[in-house]
Design a binder for this molecule. Structure first.
Ligand SMILES: [Zn+2]
Length: 228
């Protein structure tokens, strides 16, 4: 009797150990899955090969001539793209310099795109991911964000014609590829063309761009209709 009892105990112990082992492995796999979901992709924060850049641009706007992917983003974004948010750089920065700032993790800032004062477009956060631009997680989860260079520092924060024209082109392209049929500017966050100043105490995108928002919306919508 005694012997039998002992074997029973040992068996019970082995089964318990086995179950504990399985439990540990399951937990480990779960942890790995969860951490990989928010993991920064390996093409972020470094110079891409020509092939890599081509693949990235292929998933985003073909207007992007410069690519330097920022780690300051949610990978992937939670919402679907239904909005565009316009910002200004508050300066006339080179796209490389903007990329450098966005690659600094301490700054915790980025944008999907930027347009420099010559009208050249850069991509920093792929559209599938949420850029940290507008001081609003809710807005940026739904928006593609664009920084536009100024050719005047302070004052009206003027934007040159080349940048302005490229902004129209980029907005049209974003709408077309993401199924946004029409842009609406309501002056508040209920529209699908939003401005940084709606979410934070900032002048961004500056008086000049703000004065042209209605015109931007009209021009983009005309172009979207023409392409139908
Ligand atoms: Zn802004």
């Amino acid at each position: 009797m005694r012997k039998k009892e002992k074997i029973g105990e040992n068996e019970f112990f082995s089964i318990w150990l086995l179950l504990a082992g399985f439990g540990a492995i399951t937990t480990l796999v779960l942890i790995m899955c969860i951490s990989s979901a928010g993991k920064i992709p390996d093409n972020v924060g470094r110079v891409l090969t020509e092939e890599e850049q081509e693949a990235v641009v292929g998933r985003n706007s073909a207007l992007a001539e410069y690519v330097y992917l920022s780690p300051n983003a949610d990978f992937p974004r939670e919402g679907t793209i239904t909005k565009i948010t316009i910002h200004h750089m508050a300066g006339d920065l080179e796209l490389e310099e903007v990329g450098k700032r966005f690659s600094d993790r301490d700054r915790r800032t980025s944008a999907n795109y930027a347009i420099d004062s010559s009208g050249k477009v850069a991509l920093y956060v792929e559209e599938a991911n949420r850029a940290w631009t507008s001081s609003s997680k809710e807005n940026d989860s739904q928006a593609v964000t664009i920084e536009v260079a100024n050719d005047e520092v302070g004052g009206q924060w003027h934007v040159g014609d080349e940048s302005y024209e490229k902004l129209i082109e980029l907005c049209t392209d974003i709408c077309r590829r993401n199924g946004i049929e029409e842009l609406r500017y309501t002056g508040d966050e209920s529209g699908n063309l939003t401005l940084h100043k709606m979410f934070a105490d900032t002048e961004c995108p500056g008086p000049y761009l703000e004065s042209r928002v209605e015109e931007i919306v009209q021009t983009v919508n005309q172009k979207l209709k023409q392409e139908e």
